[in-house]
Design a protein around this ligand. Structure first.
Ligand SMILES: O=C(CO)[C@H](O)[C@H](O)COP(=O)(O)O
Length: 202
Protein backbone atom coordinates (compact mmCIF):
# COMPACT_ATOMS: atom_id res chain seq x y z
CA UNK A 1 0.00 0.00 0.00
CA UNK A 2 1.18 3.45 -0.80
CA UNK A 3 0.37 6.64 1.03
CA UNK A 4 2.31 9.59 -0.29
CA UNK A 5 5.90 8.47 0.05
CA UNK A 6 5.46 6.40 3.19
CA UNK A 7 5.11 2.64 3.34
CA UNK A 8 2.04 1.20 4.99
CA UNK A 9 1.19 -2.45 5.40
CA UNK A 10 -2.44 -3.24 4.62
CA UNK A 11 -3.53 -6.23 6.71
CA UNK A 12 -6.81 -7.95 5.89
CA UNK A 13 -8.39 -9.20 9.12
CA UNK A 14 -11.26 -11.68 8.66
CA UNK A 15 -13.59 -13.67 10.88
CA UNK A 16 -15.26 -15.79 8.21
CA UNK A 17 -18.14 -13.32 7.77
CA UNK A 18 -17.20 -11.88 4.37
CA UNK A 19 -15.42 -15.01 3.13
CA UNK A 20 -16.58 -18.25 4.74
CA UNK A 21 -13.88 -20.38 6.37
CA UNK A 22 -11.11 -17.81 6.18
CA UNK A 23 -9.95 -16.30 9.44
CA UNK A 24 -6.97 -14.15 10.13
CA UNK A 25 -6.58 -12.01 13.20
CA UNK A 26 -4.53 -10.48 15.96
CA UNK A 27 -1.98 -13.36 16.41
CA UNK A 28 -0.72 -12.83 12.86
CA UNK A 29 -0.56 -9.07 13.35
CA UNK A 30 1.44 -9.60 16.54
CA UNK A 31 4.03 -11.66 14.61
CA UNK A 32 4.28 -9.09 11.83
CA UNK A 33 4.63 -6.27 14.35
CA UNK A 34 7.43 -8.17 16.09
CA UNK A 35 9.28 -8.66 12.80
CA UNK A 36 8.83 -5.11 11.49
CA UNK A 37 7.96 -2.96 14.52
CA UNK A 38 8.15 0.35 12.66
CA UNK A 39 5.72 -0.51 9.87
CA UNK A 40 2.35 1.24 9.92
CA UNK A 41 -0.23 -1.56 10.07
CA UNK A 42 -3.49 -0.53 8.42
CA UNK A 43 -5.93 -3.19 9.58
CA UNK A 44 -8.90 -3.72 7.27
CA UNK A 45 -11.49 -5.38 9.47
CA UNK A 46 -13.65 -7.57 7.25
CA UNK A 47 -15.57 -8.82 10.26
CA UNK A 48 -19.19 -9.04 11.41
CA UNK A 49 -18.83 -7.22 14.74
CA UNK A 50 -16.01 -4.70 14.48
CA UNK A 51 -16.65 -3.44 18.04
CA UNK A 52 -15.34 -6.76 19.38
CA UNK A 53 -11.75 -6.55 18.15
CA UNK A 54 -10.58 -3.01 18.90
CA UNK A 55 -8.56 -3.96 22.00
CA UNK A 56 -7.06 -7.08 20.41
CA UNK A 57 -5.90 -5.19 17.33
CA UNK A 58 -4.51 -2.31 19.40
CA UNK A 59 -2.61 -4.79 21.61
CA UNK A 60 -1.25 -6.49 18.47
CA UNK A 61 0.26 -3.23 17.23
CA UNK A 62 -2.40 -2.04 14.80
CA UNK A 63 -1.99 1.61 13.83
CA UNK A 64 -5.22 2.10 11.88
CA UNK A 65 -8.45 0.21 12.47
CA UNK A 66 -10.70 0.32 9.41
CA UNK A 67 -14.19 -1.12 9.86
CA UNK A 68 -17.03 -1.63 7.41
CA UNK A 69 -19.94 0.74 7.86
CA UNK A 70 -22.27 -2.10 6.81
CA UNK A 71 -21.20 -4.06 9.90
CA UNK A 72 -22.01 -1.59 12.66
CA UNK A 73 -25.05 0.30 13.90
CA UNK A 74 -23.03 2.92 15.80
CA UNK A 75 -20.03 4.06 13.74
CA UNK A 76 -19.46 7.23 15.77
CA UNK A 77 -19.06 5.35 19.07
CA UNK A 78 -16.80 2.84 17.35
CA UNK A 79 -14.54 5.63 16.08
CA UNK A 80 -14.38 7.01 19.64
CA UNK A 81 -13.36 3.56 20.94
CA UNK A 82 -10.67 3.21 18.25
CA UNK A 83 -9.23 6.64 19.04
CA UNK A 84 -9.26 5.82 22.76
CA UNK A 85 -6.78 3.02 21.95
CA UNK A 86 -4.57 5.47 20.06
CA UNK A 87 -5.32 4.05 16.63
CA UNK A 88 -6.49 5.96 13.61
CA UNK A 89 -10.01 5.11 12.49
CA UNK A 90 -10.97 4.11 8.97
CA UNK A 91 -14.46 3.64 7.54
CA UNK A 92 -14.88 1.26 4.60
CA UNK A 93 -17.74 0.95 2.11
CA UNK A 94 -18.37 -2.17 0.00
CA UNK A 95 -19.16 -1.86 -3.73
CA UNK A 96 -22.95 -1.80 -3.25
CA UNK A 97 -22.89 0.80 -0.45
CA UNK A 98 -23.37 4.42 -1.56
CA UNK A 99 -20.85 7.02 -0.48
CA UNK A 100 -23.56 8.95 1.39
CA UNK A 101 -23.63 6.10 3.94
CA UNK A 102 -20.59 8.00 5.21
CA UNK A 103 -22.37 11.06 6.57
CA UNK A 104 -20.57 14.36 7.06
CA UNK A 105 -20.36 13.67 10.81
CA UNK A 106 -18.84 10.21 10.34
CA UNK A 107 -16.43 11.36 7.64
CA UNK A 108 -15.21 14.30 9.71
CA UNK A 109 -14.58 12.10 12.73
CA UNK A 110 -12.77 9.35 10.78
CA UNK A 111 -9.13 9.57 9.72
CA UNK A 112 -9.46 7.54 6.53
CA UNK A 113 -12.25 6.49 4.18
CA UNK A 114 -11.91 3.27 2.19
CA UNK A 115 -13.78 2.71 -1.06
CA UNK A 116 -13.71 -0.98 -1.94
CA UNK A 117 -13.33 -1.51 -5.67
CA UNK A 118 -13.97 -5.27 -5.38
CA UNK A 119 -16.26 -7.24 -3.09
CA UNK A 120 -14.38 -7.72 0.19
CA UNK A 121 -12.64 -10.99 0.69
CA UNK A 122 -10.19 -12.06 -1.96
CA UNK A 123 -7.30 -10.62 -3.92
CA UNK A 124 -7.16 -11.03 -7.67
CA UNK A 125 -10.67 -9.80 -8.47
CA UNK A 126 -11.57 -7.48 -11.34
CA UNK A 127 -11.54 -3.75 -10.56
CA UNK A 128 -15.09 -2.32 -10.41
CA UNK A 129 -14.86 1.03 -12.16
CA UNK A 130 -18.42 1.90 -11.15
CA UNK A 131 -17.09 2.50 -7.61
CA UNK A 132 -14.78 5.32 -8.70
CA UNK A 133 -17.40 8.14 -8.62
CA UNK A 134 -17.73 7.42 -4.89
CA UNK A 135 -14.07 8.35 -4.45
CA UNK A 136 -14.68 11.67 -6.22
CA UNK A 137 -17.78 12.38 -4.16
CA UNK A 138 -15.95 11.69 -0.89
CA UNK A 139 -12.94 13.73 -1.99
CA UNK A 140 -15.20 16.73 -2.69
CA UNK A 141 -16.74 16.52 0.80
CA UNK A 142 -13.53 15.62 2.63
CA UNK A 143 -10.62 17.39 0.91
CA UNK A 144 -8.21 16.74 3.79
CA UNK A 145 -8.92 13.08 4.54
CA UNK A 146 -7.00 10.03 3.44
CA UNK A 147 -9.10 8.19 0.86
CA UNK A 148 -8.05 4.62 0.15
CA UNK A 149 -9.01 2.34 -2.72
CA UNK A 150 -8.68 -1.42 -2.45
CA UNK A 151 -9.28 -4.11 -5.02
CA UNK A 152 -7.93 -4.71 -8.51
CA UNK A 153 -5.76 -1.61 -8.44
CA UNK A 154 -2.63 -1.65 -10.60
CA UNK A 155 -0.98 0.12 -13.54
CA UNK A 156 -4.12 -0.15 -15.70
CA UNK A 157 -6.55 1.18 -13.10
CA UNK A 158 -4.50 3.60 -11.01
CA UNK A 159 -5.19 6.66 -13.20
CA UNK A 160 -8.93 6.80 -12.56
CA UNK A 161 -8.43 6.22 -8.82
CA UNK A 162 -5.78 8.91 -8.49
CA UNK A 163 -7.70 11.41 -10.66
CA UNK A 164 -10.81 10.87 -8.52
CA UNK A 165 -8.78 11.85 -5.46
CA UNK A 166 -7.60 8.65 -3.84
CA UNK A 167 -4.26 9.08 -2.07
CA UNK A 168 -3.90 5.68 -0.38
CA UNK A 169 -3.59 2.70 -2.68
CA UNK A 170 -3.86 -0.98 -1.82
CA UNK A 171 -2.35 -3.22 -4.48
CA UNK A 172 -1.83 -6.96 -4.10
CA UNK A 173 -1.89 -8.93 -7.36
CA UNK A 174 -0.49 -6.05 -9.42
CA UNK A 175 2.64 -6.05 -7.25
CA UNK A 176 3.02 -9.72 -6.37
CA UNK A 177 2.61 -10.86 -10.00
CA UNK A 178 4.77 -8.17 -11.54
CA UNK A 179 8.15 -9.10 -13.04
CA UNK A 180 9.49 -5.94 -11.42
CA UNK A 181 7.49 -5.10 -8.28
CA UNK A 182 9.53 -2.00 -7.50
CA UNK A 183 8.69 -0.47 -10.87
CA UNK A 184 4.98 -1.00 -10.28
CA UNK A 185 5.18 0.50 -6.78
CA UNK A 186 7.02 3.52 -8.17
CA UNK A 187 4.45 3.97 -10.94
CA UNK A 188 1.58 3.85 -8.45
CA UNK A 189 3.29 6.34 -6.17
CA UNK A 190 4.16 8.73 -9.00
CA UNK A 191 0.62 8.62 -10.39
CA UNK A 192 -0.91 9.41 -6.99
CA UNK A 193 1.58 12.15 -6.23
CA UNK A 194 1.03 13.83 -9.61
CA UNK A 195 -2.76 13.70 -9.25
CA UNK A 196 -2.61 15.02 -5.68
CA UNK A 197 -0.44 17.94 -6.78
CA UNK A 198 -2.99 18.79 -9.50
CA UNK A 199 -5.90 18.59 -7.05
CA UNK A 200 -4.06 20.86 -4.62
CA UNK A 201 -3.85 23.75 -7.13
CA UNK A 202 -7.52 23.54 -8.20
O1 LIG B 1 -9.04 -6.53 0.70
C1 LIG B 1 -8.86 -7.17 -0.27
C2 LIG B 1 -9.97 -7.92 -0.81
O2 LIG B 1 -10.97 -7.85 0.10
C3 LIG B 1 -7.49 -7.18 -0.89
O3 LIG B 1 -6.65 -6.44 -0.05
C4 LIG B 1 -7.47 -6.53 -2.22
O4 LIG B 1 -8.37 -7.11 -3.08
C5 LIG B 1 -6.07 -6.43 -2.79
O5 LIG B 1 -5.79 -7.43 -3.65
P1 LIG B 1 -5.76 -7.21 -5.24
O6 LIG B 1 -4.86 -6.05 -5.50
O7 LIG B 1 -5.22 -8.50 -5.72
O8 LIG B 1 -7.17 -6.94 -5.66
Amino acid sequence: MIKGGAEWLHMDVMDGHFVPNITMGAPILTCVHKGIPDIFMDCHMMVAQPEKWVNDIADAGGALYCFHIEATSDPLSLITAIHARNMKAGVAISPDTPSNAITDEIGEKADMLLVMTVYPGRGGQKFLERCVPKVAELRSRFPEKDIEVDGGVGPKTIDVCADAGSNVIVAGTAIFNAPNAEEVIQLLKDTVNTAQAKLAVK
